[in-house]
Design a protein around this ligand. Structure first.
Ligand SMILES: [Zn+2]
Length: 323
């Protein structure tokens, strides 16, 4: 199966009825195509369409290919100041936009984000753009937190091997959230059971909790905290109406700098090494040039894989905490 769902490209040709695009236009590609007829589609929640055809989701092939055919309204023309490379990152940013919308974040609020992987980092950036005054990044890997701090986080918290309640108490104190009774919104972008458990103890009375990360199907969940604090709990899946457009606006206006997440670009033939490099945990995003693209030598990246680091990161991921 062909992989890939985070992509941008240049239009080669358009159908007779297409008026919004022309050959040569640079576009970000939304990679899932809903039926447009079912009740989720008609109610404006097309991400929930049961007949969605989504790239790299069996049985559908992905976008890591030379040519791709898409409905014109799922191709978003990039403004002149947004590069194709940034265009490829509109997909994970749209995921973060959707998660953050579910969090209903208001200006001045505090937001805790569990997991400082790409989606967690982008949720922090979007929350900041929405006016959050405190963005607290949480992870089990210090180097990821250091990056989060240099990206958009106002505070970081290194998760300890203690109970979720104790981690929650320590975080609330460290991020000066005691007076607020916890965070206004907690986003889990890790899917890890201990993070999810801590989230319910971090959120304040009447606050909002959003599950963005995906991990195990079933976990032990602190449902009493949800009930007693009257927490609004929401799921988040991919992205829907308006999310891609907002993601592009955030990049074009300079509010979210997705370039900072890119460690390099590799030619198509080095795709496998790029996947290994990400698995190794030393990079955030590596872009793979399409088979028709020429990659400049300067954009090359050392793709030699460090087996020791690869094993260490696999262990860290198994322990939970990264997205
Ligand atoms: Zn549908």
């Amino acid at each position: 199966m062909v992989l890939g769902h985070e992509s941008a490209g240049t239009v080669v040709s358009v159908g007779n009825a297409v008026t919004s695009l022309k050959a040569g236009d640079r576009v970000a590609l939304e990679p899932g195509y809903p039926c447009r007829r079912c009740s989720p589609c008609l109610s404006g929640h097309y991400n929930l369409c049961p007949d969605m055809r989504f790239a790299a989701t069996p049985p559908y092939d992905g976008t890591l290919t030379g040519f791709w055919t898409a409905p014109s309204d799922f191709c978003y023309k990039l403004p002149e100041n947004v590069s194709l490379q940034e265009g490829a990152l509109i997909e994970p940013l749209a995921v973060a936009v959707h998660i953050t919308k579910q969090g209903n974040i208001q200006p001045g609020q505090s937001v805790v984000i569990m997991g400082a992987g790409p989606v967690g980092l982008l949720c922090g950036a979007v929350a900041k753009a929405y006016g959050a005054s405190k963005v607290i990044a949480v992870d089990i890997v210090q180097s990821k937190l250091d990056f989060a701090k240099s990206f958009t986080a106002t505070h970081t918290y290194l998760s300890q091997r203690v109970s979720p309640e104790e981690n929650a108490r320590n975080l609330i104190e460290a991020a000066d959230l005691v007076e607020n009774g916890g965070a206004d919104c907690v986003i889990d972008a890790s899917g890890a059971e201990p993070s999810i458990q801590a989230s319910l103890h971090i959120v304040r009375m009447g606050g909002t909790y959003v599950q963005g990360g995906m991990g195990k199907d079933n976990i032990t969940f602190p449902i009493m905290a949800l009930c007693l604090k009257e927490v609004t709990a929401k799921g988040s899946f991919r992205y829907g109406s308006g999310d891609y457009k907002l993601a592009i606006d955030l990049v074009a206006s300079g509010k979210v700098d997705v370039k900072k997440l890119v460690n390099g670009v590799v030619p198509f033939k080095k795709a496998e090494e790029a996947f290994q490099k990400v698995k190794e945990g030393q990079v955030i995003k590596i872009l793979i040039a399409g088979p028709n693209e020429k990659v400049e030598e300067s954009e090359g990246l050392d793709t030699s894989v460090d087996e020791k680091k690869l094993k260490e990161n696999e262990k860290a991921s198994a322990a939970g905490g990264c997205c």
